[in-house]
Design a protein around this ligand. Sequence first.
Ligand code: PMP
Ligand code: GLN
Length: 382
Amino acid sequence: MSKLPDVGTTIFAVMSQLAQDCKAINLSQGFPSFEPPAELIDRIDHYLRSGANQYAPMTGVPSLRRAIAGKVARMQGRSLDADAEITVCTGATEGLFSAIQAVVRPGDEVIVFDPAYDSYEPAVTLAGGRTQHVPLAISDNGFDFSIDWQRLEDALNDETRLVIVNFPHNPTGAVLSAEDLRQLAELLQDTGAYLLSDEVYEHIVFDGKPHVSALSVDELWERCLVVSSFGKTYHATGWKVGYCMAPEELSAEFRKVHQFTTFAVNTPVQHALADFLQSNPAFHERLPAFYEEKRDLFCRLLEDSRFRLHPARSTFFQIVDYGDISDADDVTLAKRWTEELGVASIPLTVFCEQPFTGTRLRFCFAKDDETLEAACEKLSRL
Ligand code: PMP
Ligand code: GLN
């Protein structure tokens, strides 16, 4: 008897494999076609050749934890204890998994917002918890997603152990404002629920908007685990280095799981990241303009197509509505267009308990211009 009877292979693996098999342009799984900064690669090379090849400390290399603390203090105004409140983990994926195992007990309820990133629910199920799906609200124009506060209030109850938020949001690009976080804090105030905030796209927010982190709100921090990743920020999704920040007691629980999920993260990359954060503290500041240009190019290239879209507010994903082209369901169509048109995308309904997102697909625009041009040329034929 399977422990995850309703779980198949993740859509990201399925679509990337199909894209490869069909030699399609892969705008499905989210990864950049650009290289990480050369200086960062040089530092890894340096550490590989100077003996940093054995286990790192279980909680992460101290210089990296200190560098993360420095960045959080500068950006979010929160002063973290690098020894007690920051743990380096194997990508955000492990951070999320370990966080969920650390706090969710059998019978507990966990609230996620649909469309929800696909790693949350299986982790909750393995911990013996139940996932409650609260759909995000969709604006009248069909493209802006936001938390429906009434639905969240209705969903919260005595069994709620954890609420998981992911802003900047994959796949919709929705972001939270300071006012939203205040509302969230108010709703959680009298509950026993923890908050898990997945902020891996923290540095990819557009149109001059700031990213407002759960770290910046005192009332949330007390009950919060914040997970981020270096994968998106340094164009290095394959390195799988992330981190989890939580108050001391929660971090201690997180570490009890982390030590047996992964023990420690690879050593040379951690040292190199610590050096790079020190020498290039403002590297992430170039990301909004860089990805905004990609987003704008992608949207412009589809201007004369039959897709409907509104430029994404964050992340490196663009949602498009294909309702004027086909009434097929999104999973069927994503596969069909990978096979027949040669462009792979991600359907949204796989992230939802109820298929309320309709005729929408997600395309990754973290690609060089030629790739985006070739893909949009094909998409414009539809
Ligand atoms: N959360 C979200 C919302 C993501 O999109 C991703 C992957 N892109 C992750 C977590 C996992 O991050 P990592 O690759 O660092 O494990
Ligand atoms: N987060 C990436 C995406 O949304 C995929 C990560 C993965 O494949 N696990 O496309």
